[in-house]
Structure formats: C-alpha cells, structure tokens
Design a protein around this ligand. Structure first.
Ligand code: GCU
Length: 614
C-alpha cells in the first residue's frame, strides 16, 4: 500500500511541476567505484519525429494523465487478437548504448527529434534492505525516463549525469526501462540553436544500476583547502534514514584515519592537517591516493590526488610553482568513428595524441566530456579545463535558461570536484558583452565558487580591435574582472587576415592576471600541400601556428594556450565541398588519424617551453 502511494505521489508531482531535473534524486558521485550493474548494450529503439508516443492527438502528454492510457512508456503488447497497439518495442530494431544514433544509422545522420529507447532487464537486489538507482552518464538533450510504466523524471542537458531512485518500482524479473531522448535544438536551450559541432543525439554515455545500503554515502569533497598544501578538508553527505552514522575517512598511505559525526541533515564536514609527508599531484607526478570512506556497513573507495592551484598576479601556480599550460582543445568526437566519444578507449586515443604533442593540459570544449576521459587524464597527468555549454548567444534574460545553465554547471562540478587534474571551470564560450550576459555569467561564477573554492574560474572571451587602430588588439570585457584566468579566442591568420598579420599587431590587455589563449588556429585538409600562402594546405596551417605562437610569446601575461583543435570534427556549418564536407578542418589530426604539419610545429614549441619551465 505504502509503495503504491509513494509512486502515485511521484506521478502527480511529475505531472504538475516542469522543474529542470524533474524527479531527479541528488546526484550520486564516484559511480565507477560503486556496486553497479551495467545496462549498456543493445537497446530497442523507435524513431518518433511526431512524438506520437508522448502526446495524444490533442497534444497533451500521455504521462501527465492521472491514469495514463497511452504512450510508449507503457510498453504495451496486444493482449488478444483484437487489442489495438500501434507500436512494438519487441519488433523494433536495436541500437548500441552508449552511443549516438546519428553514426549508427545513416538515415538518422541529420535526425533531430525524439527517439524512444527500451531496455529489458532482470535484477535481484543482494539484500532486501538495499536501495537501487538508475544512473545515466548523459543523454542528449532532453530525456524523459520511465520504469515499468512509471515516470521517474525528466533531465535537460546533453552532457552531464543524472540518476533516479527505482527501489520501489523494481521487479526481480522483466523490468522495462524506457527513455525518450529528444535532441531538438531550442532557442532557450543551453546550448541554443546554433553551434559549430554536430548535434549527436541519444543515450551517449554509460547506463547502470547502482545498489546501495538504505543509508549511503551520496556525495563528498576531499581536497586540499584553497591555497593550503597542509590541510585536507571537505564534507561527506549521507542519504537515507540513519543520517547520523559516524563517517570515517581513511587514507592509509598518509596515515590518516578520521571519524566525524554528521549533522541532522547527514552532512559531515571535516578538516585534517596532521598527515604524513604528501606527494602532490602534478603532470610529472600524477600521484593518486587510495581513500576509503566508511559509514555503517558501507565502504566506498576512491583514488584521489592532492594539489593546490591558484592565480597570483599573472602567474598560475601549481603546488606553489609557476606553470605554463601547454594545451590543446578537444571536441568529444572520435574522428575515426565520426561519432560521439564515450569510452576508455576513446579517452586513451585522445590522451596519447595529447602526450605526443607534449601537452600537460586540455580544454574539453564546449561542454562536459565523459568521466572516463577525466579520470584517465588524471592518471596520465593531464590537467583539464571543463566548460558549461553556454555557447555564443543564448537567452540571457530568460530565468529558465539561467537555471538550466546553472544546473548543468552544478552537475559538472558535483561529478568532478574530487579530480586533482581539473583546474579550471569555464563558464562560457564567445558570448557577447552586455548587461544581461554579464549578470548571467557573474551568477554562474558565484555559483561555481560557492560549490568549489579550490579551482580557477574562466570563460573563453573575445578580442576586438582598437577604434581607429586596426592593428591594436584589445581584450577588455567586464567578465575578465571576476574570473581568475583571462582567456580569449583569436583567429589571426584565419578569420582575421593572413598569418603575416601576426607580425604587425600589438596587444592591449590591461589585466594583472594570467592570460590563456583558449583558441587560435586555421583549417587544413590532411594531405593537401602547397605554398604557405595557400589556404587549406598543411603548409598554410603550419605557418599560421608559427606566426601565432611567436606573436603570443610577446604577451607578458601569456601563461597557456589550447589551440583549436586536436582533431577534425563534424559540424553542420562546414559545407565546402572536397575540403570540409561537414568537417571542421582545424584539427591537427585528420579523421584517418593523420598528423598534419602544424602538429609538429606545436609539439616542438611545447618541447622548448617545457624546458623553459623546468
Ligand atoms: C569558434 C568557436 C568554436 C568553433 C571555432 C571555429 O571560435 O569557439 O566552437 O569551432 O571558432 O570557427 O572553427
């Protein structure tokens, strides 16, 4: 009786309140180290451009009805020969999860709309008292999730994780998990209608069940205090009905064993300043410590690195030492597969290339990438810039758009705040200065700092030329006043003149802060050769890199760069036949894995710089 009442309340809730992450349980972190059951694999799917499975002919959502009678989420099968059911998951084709639908079915390459996914599974809990959640690494863009005919919730945002509790709805046998994924672009969306990347749709990352005790460790932060290499502090948040279980944090290698009592809300704050000599995380020494958090009969492991990162005047200090960010930008697309990247294997491909470039840093653009990438980069000693997909011109005045952007930032920070290699939270890319935009981004900056005071805040800004002096390049933006690192994109030699222009310009950047050039670059078709003044040749791109790097070295605050971009990637904005063919060709590596000449220009530049900072 109680179970049924609970789910009834749930449905009612779902019907009446369109909140951002409707029905979502608070995000469970560190899923990789939990007791999980993978639901990856072949899922049935139905392509539904008219959302026939979601709306009735009066365009009312079926799942809003108090007694739903229609809708694909009911996963109906005809009960007898005259029973009318006009869809069938059983008879539908299968598709891989994780994975985008565009690259798995040529008919769906351009498809933007809704696709229904169904996964049947049996699951028996290891103990009756335990709770079970279903967790998604990401689904682009809007996901409506159902289990056994009940709506669990709706998630908006294509690049961050979400989870729902399914304890009361789960059966030992024959569960039906159904997800409607809609990747339609929206004017009030984040991102909005126009982007320079392919709008890959689908359940693009891992799906798993997480089984936890009735009271469990839902979230925690265990990091060095801001700018303090001798204090580990943070919190542990319990979820359940015994919220005051003592919580113990063990880091055996550092001889740390601390027990703290949570408050009434299940939150235990701690601060540890007595520990054995610590080996600090850095690209040269990506040291991770085994950490065990325990409460009741639960033990949760994690592998955590400890480092401080700060901006002091124009320097970026890692563990108190000045560094230069030898970076490269990356989209989450595996060029060889022409598909959304999601796996450890994809991550290894990208990180190996970055290492071959002598990088110690990567900008993951323009949205949060998958957790495999973050954790493998941490192990391989690559620092990261992570970004909220506030891209170009979104609806700055729309409070729902702000909530959406803030929610995606919350989910990103919640997921990755214990990763030592993540050093910069980026709020946005190439957004137009203006009162509403400035306020929007200030809100996000304050929010990020309220969640995590230990990392640097930035955003990819733009430069402009000085009135009446076209060769004077100026970076001046109200956002630069409240970020820690001043970053901007510049395309001298590509959208702005030829590479020669780099020799002639001067820069006016008045900020006493570190400057990172978050993008520069130009297109080249791999294998196309000619003189250095001929666009689209490898020689032109190589020359552009030479000239830009020489020019940037003259900027006194220059402390890092992430050229655009490691590999060619798909974009619906790139339509030049025989050159682009829906590829943005600014990669240093082609879709066949071929390294263009500019790759070696940047590699050698970083070799020299690495020596200079030793
Ligand atoms: C922009 C933008 C990128 C885009 C790039 C380009 O600056 O930030 O998303 O792909 O330039 O034009 O290639």
């Amino acid at each position: 009786m109680m179970k049924f009442k609970k789910s009834l309340v749930f449905i009612l809730l779902t019907a009446v309140s369109p909140i951002w992450a409707m029905g979502q349980s608070s995000l469970i972190t560190n899923v990789v180290n939990r007791n999980t059951y993978s639901l990856n694999g072949k899922w049935k799917y139905i392509v539904d451009p008219y959302e026939t499975g979601y709306y009735d002919y009066r365009y009312q959502p079926y799942d809003a009805a108090s007694k739903p009678w229609g809708g694909f989420f009911l996963d109906k099968v005809p009960q007898d020969k005259n029973d009318l059911v006009e869809y069938s998951f059983d008879k539908s084709p299968v598709i891989n999860v994780p994975g985008d639908w565009n690259s798995q079915n040529t008919k769906l390459w351009y498809y933007e709309g809704s696709v229904w996914y169904r996964r049947k599974f049996d699951y028996k809990k290891s103990s009756d008292a335990n709770r079970v959640f279903v967790h998604f690494g990401a689904a682009n863009y809007q996901a409506d999730v159902y289990l056994n005919g009940y709506k669990l919730g709706q998630h908006i945002g294509g690049f961050t994780p979400f989870n729902y509790e399914v304890t009361s709805l789960l059966k030992d046998k024959d569960n039906s998990l159904i997800v409607k994924v809609d990747n339609k672009r929206k004017r009030d969306g984040v991102p909005t209608l126009n982007t320079d990347w392919w709008n890959f749709g689908g359940i693009t990352r891992d799906v798993e069940l997480i089984e936890v005790p009735s009271t469990f460790i839902q979230d925690y932060t265990i990091q060095l205090q801001q700018h303090n290499m001798n204090n580990i502090s943070g919190f542990v948040q319990l979820n359940g009905d015994s919220l005051q279980h003592p919580v113990t944090i063990n880091i055996p290698e550092l001889k740390i064993s601390t027990t703290v009592k949570p408050d009434a809300g299940g939150r235990a704050d701690f601060s540890i300043s007595k520990f054995r000599h610590m080996s600090y995380w850095s690209p040269e020494n990506p040291k991770l410590y085994d950490v065990v958090i325990s409460q009741g009969n639960e033990q949760l492991q994690d592998q955590i690195g400890f480092r401080t990162i700060e901006a002091r005047k124009t320097e970026i200090l890692l563990n108190g030492k000045p560094i230069f960010l030898r970076g490269i930008s990356l989209h989450e697309e595996n060029p060889m597969r022409g598909a959304r990247a999601y796996s450890e294997e994809d991550a290894r491909t990208f990180l190996t290339w970055a290492k071959q470039l002598n990088c110690n840093f990567m900008r993951l653009a323009h949205y949060p990438h998958n957790e495999h990438m973050i954790r493998m980069a941490e192990k391989m000693g690559i620092m990261l810039w992570e970004e909220d997909p506030v891209y170009w011109t979104i609806e700055w005045d729309n409070p729902d758009t702000y909530k959406n952007a803030e929610n995606q930032l919350t989910e990103l920070i919640t997921r990755d705040k214990n990763r030592a290699n993540v050093i910069i939270w980026s709020l946005a890319n190439e957004t137009p200065p203006g009162a509403a935009r400035n306020k929007f981004l200030k809100g996000l900056a304050d929010h990020a700092r309220s969640m995590d005071s230990t990392r640097l805040i930035s955003a990819a800004l733009e430069k402009h030329t000085k009135k009446g002096e076209p060769l004077v390049q100026v970076v001046e933006d109200p956002v630069a006043d409240f970020v820690d690192v001043v970053s901007f994109n510049e395309y001298l030699g590509w959208y702005d003149g030829t590479p020669e222009k780099c020799k002639k310009v001067s820069w006016e950047i008045k900020y006493d802060k570190p400057v990172v050039i978050s993008e520069f670059g130009g297109g080249a078709l791999y294998g196309k050769h000619g003189d250095k003044n001929t666009r689209w040749t490898e020689e032109y791109q190589a020359e552009l890199y030479k000239q830009n790097l020489d020019m940037l070295l003259k900027i006194p605050q220059f402390r890092g760069t992430t050229p655009w971009i490691l590999a060619d990637f798909h974009s619906p904005r790139r339509l030049l036949p025989d050159i682009q063919d829906e590829w943005n060709r600014k990669g240093l590596i082609s879709e066949t894995g071929g390294k263009k000449k500019a790759f070696f220009v940047l590699r050698d530049f970083y070799k020299r710089l690495e020596k200079a900072y030793q």
